[in-house]
Design a protein around this ligand. Structure first.
Ligand code: SAH
Length: 629
């Protein structure tokens, strides 16, 4: 299973019939997915047997399972899981597949546990239809309760059900976004219900159905708000901490709580903690960082000294070599250049009677939110054109990504796979570097990014450019995590349409001299001609580049017969596909453009009706008819 499903592990799959087992086995082997079968089925390969009733078994595995995939009647699933369901934040994602493997139903945990995405991915894998019944999905909108997840935002207090219901009724929803990335606002369908700054104009207040706050503030809750409200908290607050040796976690935590509440800030908006390198081993700080999942950033005294702060202290300077720890570390962690803008709470000291130590706390606000989600780059080959020729793994990656980056034509070709809420950025051809840089930038911010190329992404595609640029930036090979998903390249697609021209040694040569000097291309053409490779020419001709194909023909004619079969395959497997079979001699009379792949046979390649065959040698080296040259 591709890393698309990583976030759902551990996955338990359950079947009660041999057909169900076979269906689930099509999901592939994964050490993190356990395929359970009832005792009645007995031992089967790659499965584990549970004894007793399904209900008892489910209750035994419920708490340590992130997702459950059943191949079973929905009625039976509903009855079995009913006693175990607690809430939609914690229950496993529940997905049900019918025994025929035609439908994949997202049953529970569609949004917050990702069952919708899991169902989509499994449907892609099985060639089935995902059945999603959530209202936001039907409206083409991201769910209000998952809106901020790709950016690592935290959910705050709110009436989530009522707000989602207002969206389902297509009522206007006010968005008040004070902090955090606004990119999601640019990828909504035209019919979206969001009003407010940067969105649609505000209607009369009486017409509002709900309000979404996107803020680092603990936005005051009216005892009876006139409309349902929900709160998302982007993690923009960096807490600088200075403390005496041995200060307890409780003292530091209390100091942070006091500072937050004094400034009306939400704890969910905390990005992390920052301090001086001398305190990197301070037990209270380490405990708090671990328990609250707040990263701890440490800075050398010399780095902190360089930062102007409002409340420097000569005493602190004498002790640790910088006049400020808490304020300077908070500002440094937030990447702020100006304390007047970034510092939201200046330093405060906290002590608690009976607890050891004292902590100084200051808070600053970063322009960009922190995300603890590791970014991923999936370099996806989408094949020549039709969806059937795209691998299920590639389809899963596109359906599962937070963002899709690619050339406009290819983004259009994969549009049936796109999900509401995805960030889709298509850029015109020739802006490849920009596209690769953009993809890396999105992954750096924690998004799962699918970079799509036609054919195979690693053959004259975007994958190479992305890896080159990552390497140039000093990438450690791990973050962002990269996966290349192979695709059917134009050479395979074109060959399949005309027979078996590639049955013997072949090579691909791109005639585009935009990035490769023409002398190099010519040298390779000569070498291929001399060595009798079947040759696939990519990028054979464009409006401004017309000479190259004529020169290539001449070079090949020096070594091969004028009758050598040639196939021109344009837009293979697309609606406007066009195929022409000709010979090397007559090549110059044919229509060729940038959407064409030119296949040129070797000395033994021949035509048989509408087919081109390159003998492999089974019937003698040159085949039954002997060499045509
Ligand atoms: N990564 C792609 C190649 C991109 S270079 C792949 O692996 O297929 C672009 C060239 O590929 C085009 O100029 C054309 O020569 C060829 N090409 C791409 N898609 C094609 C298709 N559907 N039919 C024929 N040729 C195609």
């Amino acid at each position: 299973m591709a890393s698309v499903l990583e976030e759902f592990q551990p996955i338990a799959a359950i079947a009660t019939t041999p057909r169900g087992v076979r269906c689930l086995q099509r999901l592939g082997e994964d050490p993190q997915m356990t395929l359970w079968v009832g005792e009645a089925l007995g031992e089967m390969p790659r499965t584990r047997v549970y004894s007793g009733s399904l209900k008892d078994h489910l209750s035994a595995i419920w708490n340590e399972t992130r997702a459950l995939v059943f191949c079973l009647a929905t009625g039976a699933v509903v009855r079995s899981i009913a006693p175990l369901l607690q809430n939609k934040q914690q229950d496993p994602a529940i997905v049900v597949i019918d025994e025929g493997g035609k439908y994949v139903i997202s049953l529970c945990g569609g949004h917050q546990r990702g069952a919708d995405r899991l169902a989509e991915s499994i449907a892609r894998q099985l060639g089935a239809t995902a059945v999603l019944t959530g209202a936001s999905n039907a409206l083409g909108l991201p769910g209000a309760d998952v809106l901020g997840e790709p950016f690592g935002w935290q959910r705050g207090v709110g009436d989530w059900n009522a707000a989602s219901a207002a969206i389902a009724r297509s009522e206007a929803v006010e968005v008040v976004q004070e902090v955090g990335w606004k990119i999601w606002q640019q990828h909504l369908p035209p019919s979206h219900p969001f009003v407010g700054e940067g969105l649609k104009p505000m209607p009369p207040v009486a017409d509002l159905g709900a309000r979404i706050w996107i803020s680092d503030r603990r936005v005051p809750t009216h005892p009876e708000p006139e409309i349902p409200e929900i709160r998302w908290h982007p993690r923009v607050l960096w807490v600088g901490v200075g403390c005496e040796r041995g200060t307890s976690a409780r003292v530091i935590e209390t100091g942070i709580e006091r500072a937050l509440s004094q400034a009306g800030l939400a704890p969910e908006a905390i990005a992390g903690l920052a301090t001086i390198a001398l305190k990197a081993d301070e037990i209270g700080l380490l405990e708090l960082s671990r328990d609250r999942h707040w990263p701890l950033k440490t800075f050398e005294g010399s780095e902190l000294r360089a930062i102007a702060v409002p409340t420097p202290s000569a005493v602190v300077e004498a002790e640790v070599g910088t006049p400020s720890v808490a304020e300077a570390a908070a500002l440094r962690a937030a990447g702020a250049s100006e304390w007047a803008e970034a510092l939201v709470v200046s330093k405060q000291i906290c002590r608690i009677d009976g607890e050891p130590g004292a902590a100084t706390v200051a808070i600053s606000r970063a322009r960009r939110e922190y995300s603890d989600r590791p970014g991923q780059l999936w370099l996806v080959g989408t094949g020549p054109g039709s969806l059937e020729l795209m691998t299920p793994a590639a389809q899963m990656a596109i359906a599962g990504a937070d963002a899709i980056v690619g050339y406009t034509l290819y983004v259009d070709l994969v549009s049936p796979l796109l999900r509401p809420g995805q960030i889709v950025e298509s850029l015109p051809i020739t802006r490849e570097r920009e596209r690769a840089e953009r993809a890396i930038a999105l992954a750096d911010r924690g998004l799962k990014v699918a970079v799509i190329s036609s054919g195979d992404a690693g053959i004259y595609g975007m994958a190479g450019l992305v890896l080159e640029q990552l390497a140039a930036k000093g990438w450690d090979g791990k973050t962002p995590k990269v996966e290349v998903l192979p695709g059917i390249s134009a050479v395979n697609a074109a060959a399949a349409r005309v027979g078996t021209p590639l049955m013997h040694d072949f090579c691909a040569i791109s005639l585009s001299d935009l990035l490769t000097p023409w002398e190099v291309i010519e040298k390779r053409l000569r070498a291929a001609a001399a060595a009798d490779f079947v040759v696939a020419l990519y990028n054979p001709k464009s409006r401004s580049r017309t000479e190259q194909i004529a020169i290539a023909r001449q070079i090949l004619l020096e070594e091969r017969s004028p009758d050598t079969p040639v196939a021109l395959v344009r837009s293979a497997y697309r609606e406007d596909e066009r195929i022409e079979l000709t010979t090397l001699d007559r090549l110059f009379t044919c229509e060729i453009d940038m959407l064409t792949t030119v296949l040129i046979g070797n000395r033994s390649t021949r035509r048989h009706g509408d087919w081109i065959v390159t003998p492999r040698g089974y019937l003698g080296f040159d085949g039954p008819a002997g060499s045509p040259s």
